[in-house]
Design a protein around this ligand. Structure first.
Ligand SMILES: Nc1ncnc2c1ncn2[C@@H]1O[C@H](COP(=O)(O)OP(=O)(O)OP(=O)(O)O)[C@@H](O)[C@H]1O
Length: 371
């Protein structure tokens, strides 16, 4: 993430059909109209992906989030040619992975490292031996392998552990070995397949920080798949939400967190941003204003510099409108603070309250009414 919203906005997109090829050109990873169907039981076809178009610009960290079976792994595995598209084109630095064969495919694969949920280390090899493996396969000379391996061990913070075996390492240390191994051939792209899903929250943070450092220091483009919005929030400059094989929403992470459009995105966000209505209100929520006295239930999103402003106090003081806070959270997406509050106000004053808040740069949305 550049910290510059305009630059960030330019980094990932889902363009209209006519712009697909243009968008993929210059991208570190490009998907243009990609579909993937597998043979299912009894001659059926399973459509794992349909018309996926996404451009991941060099240096971006793009998080793909979706539920189990949404197509995340299939999407990721296309980038290193482990799966080939049934339709459309997948490119790495402009080169068509889906149609590459032999030496051309091997050359692309050297530019794409991958890390895994369960690390996939060889138990019979030491830390150094695991990291050296891709270099041995590439036929590098022994001296160069030793030097490169030592550099990588330092880079991922495993000094002093070169001779340990995977069984003697913690989960976080194993993932550091996985990251070092993925970096061995100096790839331009790193694929992360749920790399922190098997780790505790604290270790997850240290591994995410390492990935962010690598992204910044090496300019590596990272495409990660996850089912946890917190991972996307903490590390991804851009994100795409995938459901039933289709990308339903994508863009800069901050924009999507502050203005989620698709119900699936909202439901993923519920767990991390205080977007979910407490059950005692949700059960009473009416879509239309009822007769008699009622309250309007409003979601207020505070973004950027407004995230820490005491706007509800000002609403009370300046407009004399009291609000009840039903739920809320202030969070950070990358370096940017933002908050979500669910409030209710007297329905007669709702439009005025919303207009006031909007005038002061906040986003509002009426979720319903309660008596
Ligand atoms: N080799 C295969 N043969 C047949 N169907 C497959 C194959 N690989 C994936 N699928 C199907 O494609 C769909 C997408 O699977 P995929 O593994 O990409 O989802 P996912 O989002 O990664 O799920 P999870 O989070 O559970 O790993 C699923 O319906 C799955 O059953």
């Amino acid at each position: 993430m550049t910290g510059n919203p305009a630059a960030d906005a330019a980094k990932a997109n889902v363009p209209a059909d006519a712009a697909k090829d243009k968008a993929a050109a210059g991208a570190a990873i490009g998907f243009a109209g990609v579909g993937k169907a597998f043979d299912g039981p009894g001659g059926t076809r399973v459509h794992a992906l349909a018309d996926v178009t996404l451009a991941v610009e060099p240096g971006a960290i793009c998080g793909i989030i979706g539920r189990s079976g949404a197509g995340k792994s299939t999407l990721l595995r296309m980038v290193n040619g482990l799966e080939r598209p049934t339709s459309g084109t997948v490119t790495v630095a402009g080169r068509d992975v889906g149609r590459a064969q032999g030496a051309a495919l091997r050359a692309i694969r050297r530019e794409v490292g991958m890390i895994f949920q369960h690390f996939n280390l060889l138990s019979s090899r030491t830390v150094a031996g695991n990291i050296a493996l891709p270099l041995e396969i590439a036929g590098e000379p022994a001296g160069a392998i030793r030097a490169r391996t030592a550099d990588l061990i330092a880079r991922v913070g495993l000094d002093g552990l070169a001779g340990r075996y995977p069984a003697e390492l913690s989960g976080g240390q194993k993932q550091r070995v996985g990251i070092a191994r993925a970096l061995a051939t100096s790839p331009r792209v790193l694929l992360s397949d749920e790399a922190t899903s098997a780790l505790d929250p604290e270790t997850t943070q240290t591994v995410l920080r390492l990935l962010a450092d690598i992204n910044r220091d090496l300019g590596l483009t990272i495409l990660l798949i996850t089912h946890e919005m917190a991972v996307v929030r903490d590390i991804a400059s851009h994100m795409a939400v995938i459901e039933a094989g289709r990308i339903v929403e994508s863009g800069p992470t901050y924009d999507i967190f502050t203005r989620p459009r698709h119900p699936t995105t909202r439901s993923f966000l519920g767990g991390v941003t205080g977007l979910t209505l407490p059950a005692f209100i949700a059960g009473r929520l009416l879509p239309a204003r009822p007769d008699g006295p009622s309250e309007e239930v409003i979601r207020v999103t505070f973004a950027g510099t407004h995230a820490t402003d005491p706007m509800l106090s000002r609403l009370a003081v300046e407009k004399g409108i009291a609000s009840n806070i039903l739920a809320g959270a202030i969070e950070e997406v990358g370096p940017h603070p933002f908050g979500n509050l669910l409030i209710s106000v007297d329905a007669d004053r709702g439009p005025e309250a919303r207009a006031y808040l909007e005038r002061h740069g906040l986003l509002t949305e009426v979720l319903g009414h309660v008596r």
